[in-house]
Design a protein around this ligand. Structure first.
Ligand code: PAF
Length: 284
């Protein structure tokens, strides 16, 4: 497995690969890899010849007071896991390489970035779209794979790719969960044993909401209220609960054929997100 840190070196390598007719699959990450990331590598392996993973903790997507400094990092462990999962090249630039003095550009997607995580983390998605746009220009992949745990992120990236006519296919891969239902996240590392136990309320509340919808519940507000009742309290603070249209992210009063249920909470100081996409009439 190759490790590349310079933008020009990465661009030269990509140019060679493309000239040789190789199809490039790309997994953008912030490192501290877990099974969720590795599932994205496997997803890409089935669709591309060469797998490039970026590992870059992007300062531009963290707000003041967020966990940029303490975000977990372990490059040596990441290299072993990435290689074992089938990564061919890691692109791991420094912050100075990505954002040199004089950097002035922001790529911004409107409207769908103002709700849910975008409302609680102003500027976060501008940081994500700007870094992804740069990474796409540097790596020039044919496909890029994102995890559905960050549903809103995936939708924002898809919108940017479509609006800016990027010649790139975005794949969204399923959420990978621990055996007890907790969605995998690098931030799970922050949780104490007690907090981890409490964090299980997230996935449990989503499963219960799905069961209620399958039994016929169609009132968006009733679903929100049931989730709130299930997860609030005992050290868990709700950031948002959204019962929304999966394409516009607007709240739905009456649940139709497709609905996104998304939650963000603080367990102690750790912010966790989870979601479920429900088709109410599968097969119709
Ligand atoms: O999902 C992430 O890890 C990050 O938001 C991404 C897409 C790598 C951009 O920094």
């Amino acid at each position: 497995m190759e490790i590349i840190t310079g933008i020009t070196s990465m661009q030269n390598r990509t140019r060679e690969l493309r000239a040789a007719g190789r199809r490039i699959g790309f997994i953008p990450t912030m490192g501290y890899l877990h099974e969720g990331h590795l599932s994205l590598v496997r997803e890409a392996r089935g669709r591309a010849d060469v797998i490039i993973m970026s590992i870059f903790v992007n300062p531009a997507q963290f707000g003041p007071g967020e966990d940029f400094e303490r975000y977990p990092r372990d490059m040596e462990r990441d290299k072993i896991l990435a290689e074992a999962a089938g990564t061919d090249i890691i692109f791991a630039p420094s912050a100075e390489e990505m954002y040199p003095r004089g950097f002035l550009t922001t790529v911004s997607v409107d409207r769908i970035t103002r709700v849910m995580c975008g409302k609680s983390r102003p500027g976060h998605f501008d940081g994500v779209t700007t870094v992804c746009m740069k990474l796409f220009q540097i790596v020039r992949p044919h496909i890029a794979v994102f995890g559905r745990k960050d549903y809103q992120q995936s939708l924002v990236i898809r919108t940017m790719v479509k609006d800016l006519d990027l010649d790139l296919e975005i794949i969204t891969a399923p959420i990978v969960r621990e055996a007890d239902g907790l969605a995998m996240s690098s931030r799970n590392k922050y949780l104490s044993a007690d907090e981890r136990e409490r964090a299980l309320r997230l996935s449990a509340s989503l499963r219960e909401a799905e069961a209620a919808i399958r039994r016929g519940e169609r009132r968006g507000e009733a679903v929100v209220a049931a989730i709130r009742k299930r997860i609030e309290g005992h050290g868990v603070t709700i950031d948002y609960i959204a019962v929304s249209d999966p394409l516009t992210l607007e709240p739905v009063a009456v649940i139709g054929d497709h609905v996104l249920i998304a939650v963000a909470v603080y367990v102690g100081k750790t912010r966790l997100i989870d979601n479920l996409l429900i088709e109410t009439n599968p097969g119709e």
